[in-house]
Design a protein around this ligand. Structure first.
Ligand code: FES
Length: 151
């Protein structure tokens, strides 16, 4: 499936904001993924063409970052940071609760990552698709679970 004209325009606008085209690759791939849900090879190639870089450069980025998905998967991906600051603030308990509460939702996947989300002072952290959630202990955790179970 080809990128829509709107997505191509958004990617071109991103390219114009960076001094080097290659620097726009990560946000461009995120925009492409938002439209299609994941990044099949032809989408990675088309995104590279719009950015104006080699296909191999886009493929490297797509395969490196955990927020980019080169395989189709669930509609919603919840990724919990499990690095030390988040672990000390209850990341494993958060993962257990999310999996327990969402076990009957086959459109939602819960996973842990060793990638620090860069907001350790607000641990524990999770990313739901492109959105980051912080302070996921107590009420924050309950609110996230309620939001995810509402759909
Ligand atoms: S350790 Fe989780 S955000 Fe840094």
């Amino acid at each position: 499936m080809s990128l829509s004209g709107r997505t191509r325009d958004e990617i071109q606008a991103l390219v114009a904001r960076f001094p080097e085209r290659r620097s726009a690759l990560l946000p461009a791939l995120k925009v492409a993924q938002r439209e299609q849900g994941w990044l099949p090879p032809e989408t990675i190639a088309e995104t590279a063409d719009v950015v104006g870089v080699p296909h191999s450069a886009a493929l490297e980025i797509a395969e490196f970052y955990t927020m980019l998905h080169t395989e189709p998967g669930p509609t919603t991906r919840v990724v919990v940071c499990a690095q030390l600051p988040c672990a000390l603030r209850g990341a494993e308990q958060l993962i257990r609760e999310l999996r327990s509460e969402l076990h009957d939702r086959d459109t939602i996947e819960v996973e842990r990552t060793s990638e620090c989300f860069g907001a350790c002072h607000r641990a524990p952290m999770a990313r739901v698709d492109d959105l980051y959630y912080e302070n996921l202990d107590g009420e924050g955790r309950k609110a996230l679970i309620a939001e995810l179970t509402r759909g």
